[in-house]
Write a protein that binds this ligand. Sequence first.
Ligand code: OGA
Ligand code: MN
Length: 294
Amino acid sequence: MDAVANTKITVIPSGAALAADVVGVDLSLPISAELFAQIRQAWNDHLVLRFRGQKLDDPAFLKFARLFGELDKAPVHAGKDVVNPFPEITVMSNIKVDGKSIGNLGNYEAVWHTDMSYNDLCPIGSALYALEVPPVGGNTGFANMYRAYDTLPAELKREIMGKTCRHDSSRNSAGELRKGAKEITDPREAPGAIHPIIRTHPETHKNALFLGRRQSAYIIGMPLDQSEDLLNRLWAHATQKEFEWPQVWKVGDLILWDNRSAMHRRDAFDANSRRLMHRTQIKGGKPYFDAAVA
Ligand code: OGA
Ligand code: MN
């Protein structure tokens, strides 16, 4: 009989507000429905899963990611010149070959964000797999937006009830202007999708704070100064250390995050070190707020 992955996994919570290590599974082996159900449950419980010590080529990585649903094609990003042979694999890297960037985001800091929230349909989540990591820096922070919502002061909760926010599509999380995008000075004029500020998770049926990115965000229908003030208060609350868990990368780490309930950011790192990640993204749906959920 061919080798299959263990059917029993051990899930070790990070001890922080989110994230857990999943131990005892080789993701390059076939994964039974029983094992997948356990992984899916652990993902809903912990928002971010880390599988250490994996050895995955692109086809094996794609096979694992496809268990979660249909994958998005690699997005068009600023600063990327080289196309990967697998259209559903995005390369995140600062490495240049013959002066051309092989991936996205360079070595810059990436500010807190939800992936592609500027689109009407937002990915369920993504998996990032580490092939090369810098000796220092380039850590990725994740923050629990259920927790941020649950701990909102009652006053703030009331202020955002029923409100929607526009998620600026003109810049990426490293602050670079996307290809073909115009410079935005007034957030009221930013392009991008409009979503509820409180979103209900379709699987856990819990509510999460849904902010996207701070830059050029705008709360629909408010005078600009009030929108800015409310957004500043929401962001100050949502980015508290107690909601966060930092991933310090090792080669062979695969991190799977839930884009509906967690935000992420990345530290900058030395331009002279190399960081190389392959990434897959699971197609999602339209964020919604279910008023029946408390
Ligand atoms: C991403 C992202 C951060 C990182 O892939 O969506 O934000 O650590 N990456 O490279
Ligand atoms: Mn991202």
